[in-house]
Ligand binder design. Structure first.
Ligand SMILES: C[S@@+](CC[C@H](N)C(=O)[O-])C[C@H]1O[C@@H](n2cnc3c(N)ncnc32)[C@H](O)[C@@H]1O
Length: 385
């Protein structure tokens, strides 16, 4: 096996289970891309990874003891990932990249169908080893690939979308706590469904009283809104994605609940609603997409969030609940608190922080990989004196 040697001090990253080294952290590299053993400048063994000078991260480390990156290795990784999720039913994230020791691979399980995303050059090159291992361990009826993410473009890899293995129905039936969402895979966002908000949706449903009003902004297929409707609340879902709202419409009518739908830009819809003097909402949810991909975008995005929060607060009932999420690594809890404080000051509202929630256990947050903490949800309550 070829070797790479780290520069002095850079071995600490790998010793601390961080799975990546940049090109400028390496003292010696092989001539070609491929599987490598990683050694420190003092010649101590650190791990086994994949070296590719064309990748944004030159070495991705997959194991911290010696051994090949073969089918047997990937069977162990998938087996372990599956074992950790044994209590989660049939719909969950099976592999959460680095946090499951598999940098560059995401696998969501939707019953018998797996949806995979291959995000880096290393996992692309190792496909022949991991794909048969995944099939053997997870035994899916079919696998669908949605490798059309930004990170893949940054790696210089082409998009790859379509059936990878077995039988995949054109419409995925996603089930969550008794709700059913018929999602056409070809039209869906990301891997098809935002599994990572499941626990927050449960929390919301538990809090809702019949007759309350719930505003689900950035709703996607309205999984928050539909739960609210199931509890006897009035629910209004807002998203710019018409295909997603069509799924919500079908899901609601199949199950006999009513959800109102507004297609459009979130900010414009919130401002319109606030102007129209509609009745206040007891719950307002804001779950925007990944607005920040680089730290220098943060000031602009904070201003956008303040602009969104102002009408959201005007629409919030006295003692109502505001749910603000960020799925952007660079937009952390402190930023969410800051923008809400700014908007609350503008609107003369006093809020208390009720709870802060993070990505759920099937999207693990590894202490060693700070980027694996990506989803933050702050729940505020209006708190007049
Ligand atoms: C993180 S997802 C929301 C997930 C959803 N809350 C759930 O539980 O499934 C973000 C959503 O924001 C929508 N979106 C993005 N930009 C938007 C905009 N300017 N106005 C309205 N919706 C937008 C996307 O279509 C996507 O459905």
């Amino acid at each position: 096996m070829n070797r790479v040697i780290t520069k002095a001090g850079k071995d600490k990253k790998i010793r601390n289970f961080y799975p990546g080294l940049f090109a400028d952290e390496l003292a010696e590299v092989p001539k070609q891309a491929g599987v490598v053993q990683v050694f420190s400048d003092e010649n101590s063994f650190l791990g086994v990874g994949y070296y590719d000078p064309k990748s944004r991260v030159a070495v991705r480390v997959y194991r911290f003891e010696d051994g090949p990156l073969d089918k047997k290795f990937f069977q162990q990784r998938f087996g372990r990932a599956q074992q950790k999720r044994a209590q989660l039913g049939d719909f969950y994230r099976l592999v959460h990249a680095e946090a499951d020791g598999l940098p560059g691979l995401v696998v969501d399980r939707f019953g018998g169908v797996l949806v995979v995303q291959v995000r880096n050059r290393a996992m692309e090159a190792l496909r022949e080893s991991w794909l048969p291992a995944l099939i053997e361990v997870a035994q899916p009826a079919g696998i669908y690939e949605r490798s059309d993410v930004d990170s893949r473009r940054q790696e210089g890899l082409p998009e790859q979308v379509g059936v990878l293995y077995g039988q995949v129905p054109p419409v995925l039936e996603v089930r969550e706590d008794g709700l059913i969402f018929p999602i056409p895979l070809a039209l869906a966002q990301k891997t098809g469904y935002y599994l990572d908000q499941r626990e927050n949706r449960r929390r919301l449903e538990q809090m809702i009283q019949p007759g309350e009003r719930v505003l689900d902004v950035y709703s996607y297929v309205g999984a928050f809104a539909l739960r609210a409707a199931r509890k006897g609340a009035y629910a209004l879902a807002v998203d710019k994605d018409l295909d997603a709202l069509a799924v919500l419409d079908r899901a609601a009518s199949l199950q006999g609940w009513r959800v109102d739908i507004r297609q459009g830009d979130a900010l414009a819809v919130l401002e319109n609603l606030a102007r129209s003097k509609t009745a206040p909402f007891q719950h307002v949810l804001l779950d925007p997409p990944t607005l920040v991909k680089k730290p220098d975008e943060l000031p602009r995005v904070k201003r956008l969030l303040v602009d969104l929060l102002r009408p959201a607060l005007r629409l919030l009932d006295r003692e109502g609940w505001l749910w603000l999420s960020s799925c952007a690594y660079y937009l952390g809890v402190d930023a969410l608190l800051e923008v809400t404080r700014r908007a609350a000051a503008d609107e003369g509202r006093r809020l208390r922080v009720d709870a802060i929630h993070y990505n759920p256990p099937d999207h693990p947050w590894s202490l060693h990989v700070p980027e694996s903490l990506y989803l933050k949800t702050v729940v505020f309550q209006d708190d007049p004196l």
